[in-house]
Write a protein that binds this ligand. Structure first.
Ligand code: FES
Length: 376
């Protein structure tokens, strides 16, 4: 938890970050400098100086947390000077340390591109490690580490004349950013924004949608409540939007919803394109009993070995002839940290088992509990 800095301190932090970033990072990457000074150590020192300071990472202070519904919150952030920009529909990866384990999740930005502050919106999932942590442990003033915005689910520069933005549940977040973008770009075409949720209490961005609908010529807002209007289907969509085939469509929602709409598009043979964004939660992969033979692959070196040992992955990799970077070998210095792209590992210090993709793990305190792929 960090105290909120004064404006002057924040400005100083941004100026410093800009001033030292490129030349210093390049210098630190030079082989002979790297042998004396580790970038990790420099990052730790900068972070101690000011939590927003970093040479390589986008860090963002939580300015506001908005309760959108009983289970959904929007986190409004002020990023440091390394933040580049975002297009409507893109997402960021939020990195957190929870119970000593580094985890990462992707969240769509709900803010307007070009806004001074960025925002992402999170629905709390029953078993969601990260969504529960964000909802219960993150407060105004905290600093989060996020990636640059990424993703192909975006609006084109040249906008079509007729647009449908279609969403269900928490899938509303990227299309809300698109709607805000259309408004900011003074879009003069015809846009239907159709959202599906269970009941009025579940409508995320309710007030903002009403405000936009009142002030956006060319926008037709349709909200379908399953509880009162019945189950939403492609046929119901066609009733709400009879000119579907004239509209380029951007869609985001649960898998079943998007599968049904995509199948309908195919069977109707619509010419207009249907763009969609799918988010998959962290899969709960089955993990094997300790000692079961599993394959560990190091993608960058193209090395794969089979192990049935319960030793740390660092030890097993060394036995296989690899030489991963390391320092303390007890989980403190993070020198051995790398991205596990898939598979299940056990943290030997906490006993926690995790299957989350693209998760940062420390090789010296992790062992494989299924086939594991590492970006190393
Ligand atoms: S070697 Fe230090 S954390 Fe793994």
């Amino acid at each position: 938890m960090q105290p909120s800095p004064t404006t002057a301190t924040r400005t100083t932090a941004h100026v410093l970050a800009r001033a030292v970033n490129t030349p210093l990072v390049k210098a630190l990457g030079h082989p002979w400098v790297e042998s004396i000074v580790r970038l990790d150590a420099v990052e730790d020192a900068l972070s101690a100086l000011h939590p927003l300071l970093s040479l390589t990472q986008v860090r963002a202070r939580v300015l506001r947390i908005v309760d959108e519904t009983a289970t959904t919150k929007t986190f409004v952030l002020q990023p440091n000077a390394l933040w580049a920009s975002a297009q409507a529909g893109q997402f960021v990866r939020v990195q957190l340390e929870i119970n000593g384990r580094r985890v990462e999740r992707a969240y769509s930005l709900s803010s307007r591109p070009g806004a001074r502050r960025i925002a992402f919106t999170v629905k709390r999932q029953d078993q969601g490690l990260v969504s529960n942590h964000l909802h219960t442990a993150v407060s105004v003033g905290d600093v989060l580490t996020i990636s640059q915005a990424t993703g192909e689910f975006v609006l084109p520069d040249a906008l079509p004349a007729n647009i449908l933005l279609l969403s269900a549940g928490s899938g509303i977040t990227p299309v809300m950013s698109m709607l805000r973008d259309l408004k900011a770009r003074n879009y003069g075409g015809d846009v239907v924004f159709l959202h599906v949720c269970r009941a009025p209490d579940d409508l995320i961005f309710a007030a903002q949608l009403q405000a936009l609908a009142a002030d956006f010529t060319g926008l037709r807002l349709v909200v379908h409540y399953d509880a009162s209007a019945g189950f939403f289907s492609p046929q119901v969509l066609a009733q709400h939007v009879p000119d579907l085939n004239t509209r380029s469509t951007w869609m985001c929602g649960p898998a079943g919803f998007m599968d049904a709409i995509s199948a309908y598009w195919d069977t109707q043979g619509f010419d207009k394109q249907l763009f969609s964004e799918r988010f998959v939660g962290a899969p709960l992969l089955p993990s094997t009993a300790p000692g079961t033979p599993v394959q560990v692959s190091f993608a960058n070196s193209g090395t794969t070995f089979t192990t049935s040992g319960t030793d740390p992955l660092l030890v097993q990799a060394e036995r296989a002839g690899l030489t991963p970077k390391h320092g303390c070998r007890i989980g403190i210095c993070r020198s051995c940290q790398c991205v596990k792209t898939s598979g299940t590992v056990e943290n030997l210090q906490t006993g926690e088992v995790s299957s989350a993709p693209n998760e940062l793990i420390r090789l010296c305190i992790s062992t494989a509990r299924s086939d594991v792929a590492l970006a190393l």
